[in-house]
Design a binder for this molecule. Sequence first.
Ligand code: BG6
Length: 272
Amino acid sequence: MISLENDKIHLIHSTGNSTTVSTLGATITSFKDSHGNQLLFLSNNCQPNKAIRGGIPIAFPIFGKPPSDGPYKQLPQHGYARISNWSYDGPIMDSDDGVSIKLSLNSPPQLPPATLTYTVTLSAHQLTSTLHVHNPSSTQSLPFQALLHTYHLANPHNVGVIGLNGATYLDKTASSNKVIESRDIVHANNLTDSVYLSTNDHLQLSNGVKIRKHNFPDTVVWNPSESAKNMSDMHKNGWNQFVCVEPGHVNDFYSLEPNCQWIGMQVITIPQ
Ligand code: BG6
């Protein structure tokens, strides 16, 4: 079942699991299993005219701070997609196989043209989000980075990320030194801002939640820890309630050829 409530679209699957998508940033703000257990963190202190703090905001066409030069140098951190109002284009399917909707966004004027489409599909035990990037130009290639900034609701002291052992990462908390991960379970219970390069497409949280990604070679693991007290949109001790695992294409800029399309996907599977 699909229902609309102001800027929110609610999806309920016949198994009873549910998700909510806001047209602000096409941000998924809730994903509950059939027992009503929430799987995504959402701050109680989200602020108007700012990106939603929690759920799954989309970083596009840049990840992190803007480059010092080039067409994206005036963009805010993580780009325009998460702070833009997307169009709700309607349902794609609503059956026992899955409940699926589509949203879209065109790039603001003055920037390299891009047409974004985002599909969110809820099925038994799974939430799938797929970002389609189309380059409408017939002459210019489209450079971009993209990332699904996923806030998993979990205590970072107890729940870590499995599947990163052996991957090289840039530690943004330590002047981007390259480090090879040697932990089987990565806990983001201290200040953590690690950009893992070319990671396995199958990752898992130690609470059993599975993460599958496609066309997102990199994975960012982030938690601001105590420094979150300086974030106006984070509720008190909110950092203690999430583990951010963010599939993305962020190590470099992807170059999308004229008239071509790129698709990146994340599938989150609930333990059964
Ligand atoms: C992560 C970045 O993806 O997002 C961090 O690696 C950043 O460097 C974090 O601090 C949160 O960003 P923002 O803009 O939502 O506060």
